[in-house]
Ligand binder design. Structure first.
Ligand code: SF4
Length: 460
């Protein structure tokens, strides 16, 4: 994977994306189109708001009783014939996967979409141990061939145009140069992946829902690639975060009705597959991963973020995401929800993300499990400043503002001074060192302050 994003902040990475204005417009419009599809689907379900409330309450119950549900799930899954592994963090998760693969003596495996394995950086870890992972979700395979991370959790290559994909396939899969027909490219990918499915003895999948009552897993895909991998392989390794639990089967309908509609504006995901027990002669391993989730559970202001079902509606609607691109978030889960989850993993590295928002609240409005996303972003900003992770320049600026705004006399004098400077020496503020000025005209300075104008009007 290209390491271009390491150590860079959202603003700098967004600036790179913004260099190609036509691509930014296209990215923005495409995601807004997905958002509009989601709206039409949501409006077609009269009980949509009740479904959102029910999903939120079910997840609320899960988060309050997670310890019990996880133990229930484990005992049911073991009784079904699965093997359960517990991983406290990404390192443990990766080591468990490696051991299982070494036991099978395999050097090449298939994997369907799993944001958890992206979060744990599983692919580069296995590559360093001589094991190739073939991502089988079409979008993920495209970014894998391009040596890039996914830029979106549901549409991993949404930043790429079909012509670029045609070039990639020509280079890696030998398709004719210049052919960018989506149907042709999809057929080429299918033929290429079919061979990988047939020869792979181990398949890794993610998990959308884990049902405590029955010990079964539910995996949703539009391409059937998780089913194909898991059914053809001798060993199925399913990787899930601890928050994927739902209590009972009867709750599944609530989430399945919300998930696909919120994600892509479809009434239902093409494949919603249940995995309960391994086929005779097969093994099913389930790795249950914490990796900071219990820490987030303990943060009262942020625990609701664990309700997330990874539909990406908050990304598709976010004006900042749509115009800065998923890679600018430099984390596995981009966009508004990623900006809440990432600082929990590393507050220093991801201190910039809660500030990559206008706090307009559109994310919270569309979230199918009613997470108060923009409120949590605002709270993270406060925590990051209090913990000393905001940039020195921003902290100093805020201190100056605090001093000025809390002293009316000083505020009036500073205002008069600023108006004079802006009128007589505009270059002092209208220059390239002022980030606000980069893409905007500075407003004409007012002749007088509002307080002076008000006084003048009332004494006429
Ligand atoms: S936070 Fe809500 S809207 Fe965003 S991905 Fe998660 S469930 Fe979807």
């Amino acid at each position: 994977m290209k390491e271009t994003m390491k150590g860079q902040e959202h603003a700098a990475l967004a600036e790179q994306f913004n260099k190609n204005e036509a691509r930014v417009d296209w990215h923005d419009e495409t995601l807004w189109w997905v958002r509009q599809k989601r709206d039409r689907m949501a409006w077609s379900v009269p009980e949509w708001e009740q479904l959102r409330e029910a999903a939120s309450q079910i997840k609320h119950n899960v988060l309050g009783n997670l310890h019990n549900y996880l133990v229930d799930f484990e005992s049911k899954a073991i009784a079904n014939g699965a093997t359960i592994h517990w991983a406290a963090n990404a390192e443990e998760h990766n080591q468990i996967v490696l051991q299982l693969l070494q036991q099978q003596q395999v050097q090449r495996i298939v994997k369907s979409k799993s944001m958890l394995t992206e979060e744990c950086h599983l692919n580069p870890f296995l590559a360093a141990h001589g094991i190739d992972v073939i991502d089988t979700d079409l979008g993920e395979r495209i970014v894998q061939l391009a040596e890039e991370p996914p830029s979106h959790i549901v549409l991993p290559c949404i930043h790429k145009k079909k012509e670029e994909i045609g070039e990639l396939f020509h280079e890696h899969l030998g398709t004719p140069a210049g052919n960018a027909d989506p149907q042709f490219l999809t057929a080429a990918a299918r033929a290429h992946l079919r061979q990988e499915f047939i020869r792979s003895r181990v398949a890794i999948t993610g998990v959308n829902f884990a049902i405590a009552e029955t010990g079964e897993l539910v995996i949703c895909t539009n391409e059937g690639n998780a089913d194909m991998g898991a059914h053809l392989a001798d060993v199925h390794i399913a990787c899930m975060g601890i928050e994927k639990i739902i209590p009972r089967r009867e709750h599944l309908g609530v989430f399945l009705r919300l998930l696909a509609r919120s994600a892509t504006g479809q009434p239902i995901t093409t494949y919603s597959s249940h995995f309960r027990r391994p086929q005779p002669g097969q093994q099913l391993h389930i790795i249950i991963v914490d990796n900071g989730r219990t820490r987030q559970l303990g943060r009262e202001d942020f625990r609701n973020s664990l309700k997330c079902i990874r539909c990406a509606a908050c990304m598709n609607t976010c004006p900042v995401y749509r115009r800065s691109g998923g890679h600018s978030y430099h984390t596995a889960v981009a966009g508004p929800i990623g900006s809440i989850l990432a600082p929990n993993l590393d507050m220093k590295d991801f201190a910039d993300l809660p500030f990559a928002s206008t706090l307009c609240g559109s994310c919270s409005n569309v979230c199918p499990v009613k997470i108060d996303i923009h409120q949590q972003l605002y709270k993270w900003r406060q925590v990051i400043v209090q913990e000393g992770y905001s940039p020195n320049s921003k902290t100093a600026g805020m201190k100056v503002m605090n001093t000025v705004l809390s002293r009316p006399g000083l505020y009036r004098r500073a205002g008069a001074f600023a108006r004079k400077i802006m009128r007589w020496w505009p270059a002092l503020t209208a220059n390239r060192l002022n980030p606000w000025h980069k893409q905007r005209e500075m407003p004409a300075p007012p002749r007088q302050s509002f307080a002076d104008w008000y006084k003048e009007q009332t004494h006429k």
